[in-house]
Design a protein around this ligand. Structure first.
Ligand code: AMX
Length: 439
């Protein structure tokens, strides 16, 4: 069975040749133009970044190396006894563009679990943080401190050749992904369970999601373990322009190692416009239960939606900056709930479905949002809640373990393709006026 290192060593020269051809044959071709509005408007729609693992289409959603989510669910291996694609298989696929065999997946999973053991200085650093510190801040600190043992940083200092950069970048990225899971479980125990001393040991023959679930106290729940697998596989990557992915790529371009790059990405994921939205959806649904009770009619739900909109608030979990159709990540999570009778019967999850049936029409009539359909956050929080993970502040940490796999896959490709320091041009308003010839 081939290792991830050997597999990438084979693929990288092929893709380096494609990159060389694109740059030498088509380097001066135009991909788009930049308007003044885009300079003020968060750079939406500007095509200026290379991102290999995934591309987002506004109509059909994300494709990972060309495959849609249902296609990935069809081909990526699952855990023994599990129904959902393994995040480890997705990570291999994001890194290589090749679907791993069952044997490659098991071998890769074992390697990652071995790497997920934390150095003692990380454990004591995490244990010393106040329980009142937001779990995402703890996550940022834990991942940044992994840089202590960065192979990339050490080999760079020792004078490594540029052509070799990707090798220790891959090693650090594998460590970073694996240890993110154990950092996350330690943060959970420290913050909500009074400390990590009773934390179950890692089971080396099991996957990262099982070990994470087991260490935070949900190892007995098959449904929860499979949800964590699906959640982690789905949130890995959403092309390069989102805040967390872009940050890892930007910071990595300064040749900061993968730990520093991903720690910075996590700081971006911690923002309410990015990773925090899933907890808002749950709060909205719980407010709805308080106001109109469980299992209310669609009529009552529509009234509740309108009253929210009339207060000038948004319907969380609906709308998207790029998507113009129901988010396929939402559909996958919704199907997960529908296919498990005990979840489908949960009144909180029931409201996820009821909102999906009612909110798009209301938002369309309301007439503001460009996309009246659900995004990924419309379902994820209610599923975690169903299984008993009720600490909302922790939800974004689960997003963070997942996003490491997509963001760092591209960081490996950044180094393999020799991409330079990222440094776009900025302009002052005076400079813009001068450029457009306005007095
Ligand atoms: N409910 C009510 N109004 C909405 C809305 C919603 N769900 N989504 C968009 N709108 C409104 C906007 O507030 C805006 O109003 P304004 O003109 O008064 O400012 C108008 O519709 C146009 O917005 P847009 O171009 O359709 O969306 P956008 O690209 O500016 O923003 C997003 C996208 C996701 C921030 C927005 O749809 C929103 O706030 N949704 C609710 C929060 C949410 O679900 N966030 C999670 C996004 C997924 C993620 O990244 N994790």
């Amino acid at each position: 069975t081939k290792t991830i290192q050997d597999t990438l060593a084979e693929i990288i020269p092929e893709r380096q040749a494609i990159a060389k051809e694109l740059r030498s044959q088509h380097g001066s071709k135009v991909l788009g133009e930049v308007t003044v509005e885009q300079v003020f408007g968060g750079m939406r729609g500007i095509k200026a970044m290379l991102w290999e693992p995934s591309v987002l289409d506004s109509e059909e959603g994300i494709r990972f190396w060309g495959r849609t989510i249902p296609e990935c669910q069809e081909v990526l291996p699952t855990a023994p006894g599990g129904k959902e694609m393994l995040p480890e298989a997705m990570f291999w696929y994001l890194l290589t563009g090749k679907v791993p065999t069952a044997e490659e997946t098991v071998q890769f999973q074992n390697e990652l679990v071995k790497r997920s053991v934390l150095p003692s200085h990380i454990e004591s650093t995490l244990d010393a943080l106040p329980k009142t510190l937001h779990p995402m801040t703890q996550f940022v600190i834990g991942v940044a401190a992994l840089n202590h043992d960065s192979k990339f940083a050490a080999q760079y200092k020792a004078g490594m050749k540029k052509a070799d950069y990707w090798v220790p970048t891959l090693e650090d990225s594998l460590d970073c992904v694996a240890k993110s899971f154990t950092i996350a479980s330690r943060i959970y125990r420290n913050t909500y369970l009074g400390g990590a001393k009773d934390m179950p040991a890692l089971q080396m023959d099991k996957d990262l999601s099982f070990n994470f679930a087991n260490q935070i106290g949900f190892g007995d729940s098959e449904g929860f373990v499979d949800l964590i697998r699906l959640y982690n596989a789905l949130h890995t990557d959403h092309e390069g322009g989102n805040v967390s992915a872009h940050t890892a790529h930007l910071v990595g371009s300064a040749l900061s190692d993968p730990f520093l790059s991903y720690s910075a990405a996590l700081a971006g994921l911690a923002g309410p416009l990015h990773g925090l939205a899933n907890q808002e959806v749950l709060r909205f649904i719980l407010d709805m239960v308080k106001e109109i009770g469980e299992g209310a009619s669609n009529e009552k739900i529509v009234e509740f939606i309108w009253s929210t909109l009339k207060k000038g608030q948004v319907i969380p979990g609906y709308g998207h900056a790029v998507l113009r159709k129901p988010d396929p990540r939402f559909m996958a999570l919704q199907q997960f709930g529908e296919s498990r009778p005990e979840v489908a019967a949960d009144p909180v999850f029931g409201y996820v479905n009821a909102l999906y049936k009612t909110a798009p029409a209301v938002l369309t009539e309301h007439g503001k949002t460009k996309n009246p359909f659900p995004n990924v956050d419309a379902a994820s929080g209610s599923l975690l809640y169903h299984y008993g993970l009720k600490n909302f502040d922790f939800y974004t940490v689960t997003f963070g373990t997942s996003r490491s796999m997509g963001a760092l896959s591209q960081v490996v490709w950044d180094r393999a393709l020799g991409l330079p320091l990222e440094r776009p041009k900025s302009l002052s308003m005076g400079a813009i006026n001068k450029l457009i010839g306005s007095p």
